[in-house]
Design a protein around this ligand. Structure first.
Ligand SMILES: [Zn+2]
Length: 134
């Protein structure tokens, strides 16, 4: 199953340890069954700082959802790490990946050296926009 996640949601989801991902997927509130159930056909979107997961209940096929607030992101990023920078187009939801190297990390910002279309640029970006490679 390849979940249908937006790029931003994918970054947040990838930052979650696998055992916790499984726990999350098996404990989604189904309003139709009135119980916690396992969900399939997942979708993921980011709203603010929260990762919103939607899915179908395996029991009744009804729709359920689970919100993960403030999912930990890129906490382990270190200078020298190779990352993918999801560069957001101005004014849009569209993002595209840029290869980058982490230079410095602070709580709110990460300084990266990015290869943007063959041009090396320095940028200060929010850690949410970075995805570790490999
Ligand atoms: Zn259900």
């Amino acid at each position: 199953m390849q979940p249908a996640f937006t790029p931003a949601a994918h970054i947040l989801w990838d930052a979650i340890p696998q055992h916790f991902q499984e726990q999350v997927l098996q404990n989604v509130w189904c309003p139709h069954c009135g119980d916690m159930n396992t969900m399939t056909d997942f979708t993921g979107e980011v709203h603010g700082k929260s990762l919103v997961l939607g899915g179908k209940c395996v029991t009744c096929r009804g729709k359920g959802a689970r919100v993960l607030e403030g999912a930990p992101v890129s906490e382990a990023l270190q200078p020298g790490d190779k990352v993918t920078w999801w560069n957001r187009m101005a004014g849009g939801d569209y993002v595209y990946p840029v290869q980058a190297t982490v230079l410095t990390v602070t709580a709110k910002q990460v300084k990266i050296e990015a290869d943007d279309d063959g041009k090396i640029v320095l940028r200060y970006v929010p850690p949410e926009s970075l995805q570790r490679q490999g």
